[in-house]
Design a protein. Structure first.
Ligand SMILES: Nc1ncnc2c1ncn2[C@@H]1O[C@H](COP(=O)(O)OP(=O)(O)OP(=O)(O)O)[C@@H](O)[C@H]1O
Length: 301
């Protein structure tokens, strides 16, 4: 099988005349954490449910691990957490995993490593009913991890979690990424996605507005320099960063220049400015957050 673990082309789900998902294209490659990002009602859950074979598409096509959605041959390699885990509250975290392992035809010994991967070993013997929401959510991820699936599908894994629970989930996702797991996760929390995902699709009204690496979506950084004299500073900046690097300037005392550049350009730019006798009052790097991009794309949705 090739390295595109999930491929959707023109995937569509209509409820009556309304398209919950509208001609959606997406590709999840092996080893990446792919963020499916959009506001409430964008069609994220419907898309993930279609990819798992839980909802029948009204149009388009999809392959998951080389098979049609819901095909047992593909599902064998998928672990999923969609809309909260089904737990036995009276059983311990470890016993929940042992039971699920048995149902999945796996040895009970698969439970321990899954529990360890989500950082719950110390609470292994506690009843699930005594777990916090964040811990239950992580136990849900452990259930999805049983059998070490090729693809992990998580629908809004941080939904409803407090900052500590969110941080724990983020750490877990980063561990998954470091372990080379392939993860498809949905979220409306931009900061989360920005920190854990390799690539992101931004969706709204069932459509993908853009897809790319977090860095691509954010675009290049800008450098803001406060310096005197302004004309010399502009000349030096163009010499260091290129003729079209000056995006704007404003006179003042000191004057300000906005430049297209990268954080790595800062030391040389500063040295050249000072070398040319320019007084540098401030030199700042301004990077767009994914949130800025998202708000631009969705018009503040
Ligand atoms: N069974 C259904 N019948 C009718 N409409 C539905 C159904 N399921 C979803 N929808 C509609 O499809 C749209 C997309 O819903 P979906 O749950 O996929 O969005 P989402 O991005 O996951 O949002 P949220 O974060 O709020 O769960 C919504 O307008 C929703 O009301």
């Amino acid at each position: 099988m090739d390295d595109d673990l999930v491929v959707a082309r023109g995937l569509t789900k209509r409820y009556g005349s309304r398209a919950a998902v509208d001609s959606l294209d997406l590709t999840v490659r092996r080893g990446e954490v792919y963020g499916f990002l959009g506001p409430n009602g964008a069609g994220k859950t419907t898309t993930l449910r279609m990819l798992l074979g839980l909802v029948r598409p009204t149009g388009g096509s999809a392959r998951v691990l080389g098979h049609p959605p819901g095909d047992p041959r593909g599902l064998r390699g998928v672990g999923a957490l969609v809309e909260g885990p089904g737990l036995f509250p009276h059983l311990s975290g470890l016993d929940n995993l042992r039971v699920a392992a048995r149902w999945a035809g796996l040895p009970e010994s698969a439970a321990g490593p899954a529990l360890a991967e989500v950082g719950l070993e110390e609470r292994a013997g506690d009843r699930a009913s005594a777990y916090s929401l964040g811990m239950r959510q992580r136990l849900g991820v452990a259930l999805a991890l049983l059998g070490s699936p090729e693809l992990l599908v998580l629908d809004e894994p941080t939904n409803g979690l407090d900052p500590a629970g969110t941080a724990d989930m983020r750490a877990l996702l980063l561990r998954c990424r470091a372990a080379g797991r392939t993860v498809l996760l949905s979220s409306h929390l931009l900061s989360e996605v920005q920190q854990v995902c390799d690539r992101v699709a931004v969706v709204r009204d069932g459509r993908v507005l853009t897809e790319g690496t977090v860095a691509e979506l954010r675009g290049g950084a800008e450098l803001v320099v406060a310096a005197e004299p302004l004309a010399t500073a502009c000349r030096v900046a163009e010499a260091v960063l290129g003729a079209d690097s000056v995006l704007g300037s404003s006179a003042g005392s000191p004057g300000r220049i906005r430049l297209r550049g990268a954080p790595a350009d800062v030391p040389r730019l500063n040295a050249e400015l000072v070398g040319a006798g320019v007084q540098v009052w401030a030199l700042q790097v301004e990077e767009r957050s994914l949130e800025d991009v998202f708000l631009e794309l969705t018009g503040g949705a």
